[in-house]
Design a protein around this ligand. Sequence first.
Ligand SMILES: [Zn+2]
Length: 468
Amino acid sequence: MSIDPHEIFENEFYVLDSNGKLFFADEYEADDEDFRRLLNKEVFLKSVDREESPHIKYLNKLKIADNEPLSDAGHLSYLPNGALMLELLRRYSTNVILSLGAYPVVTSIMYDLNSPPVKEHASLFGQRMYKVKPAKREFVLRYAACFGQFALLSRKYITYKDLPLRVFELADSYRYEQRGELSGLTRVRRFFMPDMHVLTKDMEMAKEEFFNLYKLILDEGRKFGWVYYSLYNMDPTFLKENFDFIKSLANLENKPILIHTVEGGKYYWVLNVEFHYIDSTGRPVETATVQIDVGNGERFNITYVDENGLRKHPIILHTAIHGSLERFLFEFLEEAAKMERRGVKPRLPVWLTPIQVRIIPVNPSKNMNYAMKVLNILESKMIRVDVDDRDVSMGRRIKDAESFWIPYIVVIGDKEEEEGKLSVRIRDGAILTIGVEEFIDILDRDLEGYPRERLYINKFISRRTSFA
Ligand SMILES: [Zn+2]
């Protein structure tokens, strides 16, 4: 039986279905298997099987990252391919955020734990803080970009005409997660967060901005072919007073939403949406987030001057549109794991693949000149291309390229050289005989709208450091 939104309790789970009806979560019969997984995790606290997350083996296989024993647990060292992928994700995410008109800033990673706003904010995190005490003052390492941005904004003159004001930072962040929970890219103690805060003048503007960011997060997920399952952590009073707004958000999804009501007035936010990605083993993992914060404007003494010349505290939105870069990368790797489970060759989007094109000269001593000519043309278009110049069999070289998920393998022999063509093996199995220009057109289509970066490793395989 559905519930009247005015009759909800604190500390309870509810489901809002796609018809706008509210139910107790433990009475709700979910048809959607992935939504059931979210219910199991959050409401019934059932842990999913202990199988190791498949993305972890890819970190090694694709030479992305490994753990650093000389640092703390949960601090990864990225190898050149991983450094490249992080850079591409950073640039992609930053571009999406800059297109919203956000102002980038770079702030400090540590804040004085004895300053009242930092202390108060940090008390919510408790054991999850990293502390640094170089001399007398004790600092906390940021666990998100909030501190630096709020402190900066509190010193600046802002008027109602500046609002909504969007500030952005790609912040390396530190959380002292429990050791037993550390896992691959999903739980780390050091991570990179593309973190934006939006100052708004009142709840009306906050809701409008929130709605747009919410829609953007869903659109970004869909762009890569994945569906998020939402958990709304909410102050019960906010739910009662804004039920139509909540329904308008849920309407964007056309599937049930899980709601968790918290203790009224306890948190700095009144609405905190977590978007969960379901990985290849069926585990929901929180990635993107957007929140309405009614407490930190006052706590950090951020003010703006309104139409009547009065100083007011803004309502602030917090958002990470793609979650942390680590979880963003995790999603792409888990999509590949899903392909492998279906019996399809795993792959990454071409823009994110460390090596996009491999050229294999049939006879390296004979076809190398032409191979290098093609390589130079592709390289001049900022396509990541390398050449397998090793004196080993063709079969072995193709197998190596395949095992590294390279989307395009170009074989160059006497025939191709004579005809001025390329033989391109696409990862899905097709083989094309095309000219260089035509091949560049295909790559341009793959890469449209995505950042381009050169190879981070030697283009000659025979001279490359293996990082094995
Ligand atoms: Zn924040």
